[in-house]
Design a protein around this ligand. Structure first.
Ligand code: B12
Ligand code: SF4
Length: 543
């Protein structure tokens, strides 16, 4: 985005701050924050000078970099993006904004702000909270500032009245055309993907990898650009917040929108033009293929044709997250031909009972056939798993661990989480019956004396299962420390093997056999040969 210049009443300037995660890349690849970049693109298209501050990609400590940025111009509006996982860090930045630029109008937006506006006012220095998609409320806010009009009553915001009460003004979700225009405005040419790639490449010590093939595989994974073609998700999984995001902002059931085939192609071409070194495009939609999907087959055909005609590079690959019950052999074949390399599936659990609790019981019968066909066709399924639910039994946990191990050995990648995290807005987080199962972390906002208790775990009701899960978690953390000293980055497949390894003695004590320990160690070494000489301290941590 352009440089800040002194604002006048008719040309406000806006600074947008992405969610701040000081443990960048700990869980997964980081990338430029798509939400604030899309907003910046929409504001710039409307002639509003806007800059993005990305705290995860600074040369100096982000706090100092932010102060410098704030002092480099006069900002009429500063927007802070929030998520549950990053909230304490997002708030730290918001308080810096208030201290350095006391006159700025500070707005919070994003997932956490949408579901918890009252918490934002309580903990943060905010003048206004944006609910849901930020495009319309921000444009309205700027227009009013330009016109010198009052800033109250904007649709899609929450404000605090004189009595301290929170007033919410709902907004309808973006229509299909509005969503398309917003996605088209995303300024990919300005988004610093190369800076992220360089950081990731050095973090992975790319040059040190043994074979060219392994290096290429890593590069394809790292040199990726994220594209979102859908606004959130209709599936209603009980642990998920995303599925309720638009409804929360609209105050009623919102309809979904997504790009058409030709619009997806337009975006792919733009991304390639903006970042010619890109190897993989990650479709970041919550779910990319629906059961009644009319887009996936024509899209794959169009991609194949575009590669053949040279419109997009033939080696370009794709990753997407999909519903497993939406996959058919025909779709899988078409996706493979188009260059889909990794298919994400929210499997969550292998126990039909737990899947029912998560409101996705219908996927169970599709797991085995779809994973088998996907693997046979040369694509890598990436399974997200949650080891336990509030009503899980030890058998459920055992079943999921055993199946996870089986699929890992067959070539799936797995991301594993021990319990449900009570994300604001998720059905399970709102269930009062689960309050006794909910555990809190004492969070502090650095640089302030603000602190609060944030819900962080929903543990199983059965105390035996909770005990097993918590012991696995502490064993996992004890093992992770020494491993991370030796390896630059620990991918999900290794983390999942560690979870399995940690579970073996704990589950065995309760009569649940998961796998042979020496075999699991061999699987771990096979994926991490360099760690072999230093295995002793790691083994000690599991004892
Ligand atoms: C892409 C993505 C990632 C990428 C992020 C890449 C990147 N830098 O963009 C990666 C893979 C790194 C990732 C990681 C994780 N993610 Co994630 N991720 C997503 C996903 C699928 C899409 C986000 C996105 O780009 N949306 C598209 C943009 C356009 O939408 P948006 O960000 O919501 O922004 C819009 C509005 O929110 C609003 N807005 C946003 N910010 C602001 C700021 C202001 C000032 C205003 C006015 C408005 C505003 O306007 C924007 C435009 O309309 C969401 C699900 C979802 N559908 O949102 C989950 C989601 C955000 N992730 C989630 C989680 C849990 C995680 C992880 C913790 C997973 C894990 N266990 O490892 C990690 C945490 C990483 C971290 N440190 O924060 C949760 C967050 C739950 C919560 N309530 O906070 C979500 C909601 C999924 C879910 N339902 O569980 N994630
Ligand atoms: S977990 Fe995935 S499929 Fe389920 S509601 Fe959330 S985004 Fe949709």
């Amino acid at each position: 985005m352009g440089r800040a210049r002194r604002s006048t009443s008719d040309s406000p300037s806006v600074l947008l701050i992405g969610p701040y995660d000081p443990h960048c890349g700990e869980f997964t690849f980081l990338a430029p924050p798509l939400g604030v970049w899309r907003l910046a693109g929409v504001l710039e298209a409307a002639g509003i000078e806007t800059k993005v501050f990305d705290p995860n990609c600074c040369r100096e400590p982000p706090q100092r970099a932010l102060e410098r940025e704030l002092l480099s111009g006069t900002w009429d509006i500063v927007g802070v993006s929030t998520t549950g996982m990053t909230l304490r860090f997002d708030l730290e930045l918001a308080h810096i904004v208030r201290r350095v630029t006391p006159e700025a109008f500070i707005v919070a937006g994003g997932m956490e702000a949408t579901f918890r506006p009252e918490l934002m006012f309580e903990l943060g220095p905010f003048d206004l909270i944006v609910l849901g998609e930020g495009e319309r409320p921000l444009l309205d806010l700027v227009a009013r500032r330009r016109a010198g009009q009052p800033l109250g009553g904007i649709a899609g915001t929450a404000e605090r009245n004189k009595d301290g009460q929170i007033i919410r003004m709902p907004q309808r979700a973006l229509s299909r055309d509005e969503l398309r225009d917003a996605i088209y405005s995303t300024p990919y040419d300005k988004m610093p993907y190369s800076a992220y790639w360089e950081r990731l490449e050095s973090a992975y010590r790319i040059g040190a990898l043994p074979s060219k093939a392994a290096r290429e595989a890593h590069l394809a994974e790292i040199r990726s650009v994220r594209l979102i073609t859908l606004n959130y998700c209709p599936m209603g999984c009980t642990f998920c917040s995303s599925t309720n995001f638009l409804h929360e902002a609209q105050g009623s059931v919102a309809s979904l929108a997504r790009l058409e085939t030709d619009e997806c192609l337009t975006m792919i071409e733009r991304i390639v033009a903006a970042h010619p070194r890109v190897r993989t495009i990650i479709f970041q939609d919550d779910i990319f293929v629906f059961t009644q999907d009319r887009r996936i087959l024509p899209l794959c055909d169009e991609i194949v044709a575009a590669k053949r005609s040279g419109r997009i590079p033939p080696h370009l690959q794709f990753i997407s997250t999909n519903r497993i019950d939406a996959m058919t052999p025909q779709r899988l074949t078409a996706m493979k031909q188009a260059g889909f390399r990794v298919l994400g599936f929210g499997i969550e659990n292998f126990s039909p009972r737990v899947l029912g609790e998560f409101n996705k019981g219908q996927i169970h019968r599709h797991i085995e056939p779809v994973l088998s066909v996907a693997l046979a066709s040369g694509m890598t399924p990436f399974l997200d798993l949650i080891l336990s639910s509030p009503h899980s039994t030890l058998e459920d946990v055992g079943q999921t661990l055993r199946e996870a191990y089986r699929w890992l050995r067959q070539g799936c990648e797995i991301g594993m989480y021990p319990y449900v995290i009570p994300f604001s807005g998720a059905a399970l987080a709102r269930d009062p019956k689960l309050l006794p199962q909910t555990y809190y972390a004492h969070q502090r906002v650095a640089g302030t004396d603000i602190a609060w208790e944030q819900p962080v775990k929903i543990l199983p009701i059965d105390p035996i299962v909770t005990d097993a899960i918590l012991r696995m978690e502490s064993s996992f953390e004890a093992m992770l420390g020494p491993l991370e000293q030796q390896v630059a980055h620990l991918p999900s497949r290794l983390r999942s093997l560690l979870w399995i390894l940690c579970s073996l003695p704990i589950m065995a004590e309760r009569g649940q056999y998961i796998a042979d320990e020496s075999e699991v160690w061999s699987e771990l070494y096979a994926r991490l040969p360099t760690v072999r000489p230093a295995a002793a301290p790691i083994a000690a941590a599991t004892a």
